[in-house]
Design a protein around this ligand. Sequence first.
Ligand code: NAP
Length: 297
Amino acid sequence: MTRILGGGELSAAIRADVTARAGGLRESGVQPKLAVVTATDDESTAWYVRSIAKAATRTGIECQIVDLGATAVQNDVLSALVELSADSDVHGIILQTPLPDGVDVTSLRTAITPDKDVDGANPLSLGRLLANQPAFAPATAAAVMALLDHHEVPLRGRLASVVGRSVVVGTPVAHLLVQRDATVTVCHHHTVDLAASTRNADVVVVAVGVPGLVTAEHVADGAIVVDVGTTATDDGTLLGDVDAASVEGRAGGLTPVPGGVGPVTTALLLANTVTAATTLSTTTHRDAGVLVGAVAR
Ligand code: NAP
C-alpha cells in the first residue's frame, strides 16, 4: 500500500500562518505586496499566475500582475524588474517563465533584488543557499523539503536520488537534502542507467517534466517518491513525472500531482513575501547581504 503524501493540509497551515502575519503587518501600517512579472500568452502560465494572485489576496497579500505581453523584449522585462526592486511598496518579486524567444532569463534574474527574491531566482540567492547562508530558497525546492518534513520522512543518513538538476528545482533540492545529512545522487539526461541510480534510494525526488518517466523499476520497496513534475495536457490535465499506477504498492509514499508539491510551493511564495515585508519594514539598511530574510533550510 502506497501512502499518498498530499500537500493540502500543509499548504492550508502555511496559508493560515501567512494570513495571521499579513494581518499583523497591516495593523502596523504595512500592506504586504507581491509582484508577478509575466510575458507570455501561454494559457497554462496565465492560469498559474492567476492562481497565485487569488491565493495571495485570500491571505491578505496584495498581488500585482505585471503582464508585459508575449512581444516583450529583454529591456522591457529588465526595466520592470529594476522598477519593482526599487519600489518600497513591493516586498516580493516573481519572474514567471516562459519568456519570449530571445529574452535571457538568467541575466534577468540578477535584476531581482535579493531581499525581494521570494522564489530564490537570483543567482546570488542560490549562491548564498549553497554556502549555507540565509537566503530565500527556490520555493519549489523548499516545498519538497517541507512536504518531506510534514510527512515525517527521515533524511539523516538516508540515500536520496534527485532526478533533474535545474537551478530552480533539482540542484537546490539536492543541496537541501545534503544539508539535512542525506547522501544524494543527482541524475540527468546523461545518466546512463536511471533505474540503477534511483532504485537503491530511500527517497526519490523527480523534477524532470517527462510524464510517467519514473515507474516501479526505478523505485525500491518502501521508498518515498516526491513527484515535482507538472506537464499540462491540451485538456488542462496536469501530469506528473511518476507513473503513479506503476509505483503503487512498491513505493512507501508518493506525492500526488496535482495536490502535492504545487500547493505547498504557492503557500511558501506567500510566506516568503510576508517574511520579506517584515524584514524590509523593520530595517532601513538596504544591503542585500544583510536583508535576505529567510528560510534556507
Ligand atoms: P528543466 O529546467 O527542464 O530541467 C529538467 C531536468 O530534467 C534537467 O536537469 C534534465 O537534464 C533532466 N532530464 C530531462 N530528461 C531526463 C531524463 N530522461 N532522464 C533524467 N533526467 C532528465 O525543468 P524544471 O524547471 O526543473 O522543472 C521540472 C518539472 O517540475 C517540470 O515538469 C516543471 O513543470 C515542474 N515544476 C513544478 C513546480 C511545482 O511547484 N510543482 C515548480 C517548478 C517546476 P539535463 O540537465 O541533463 O538537461
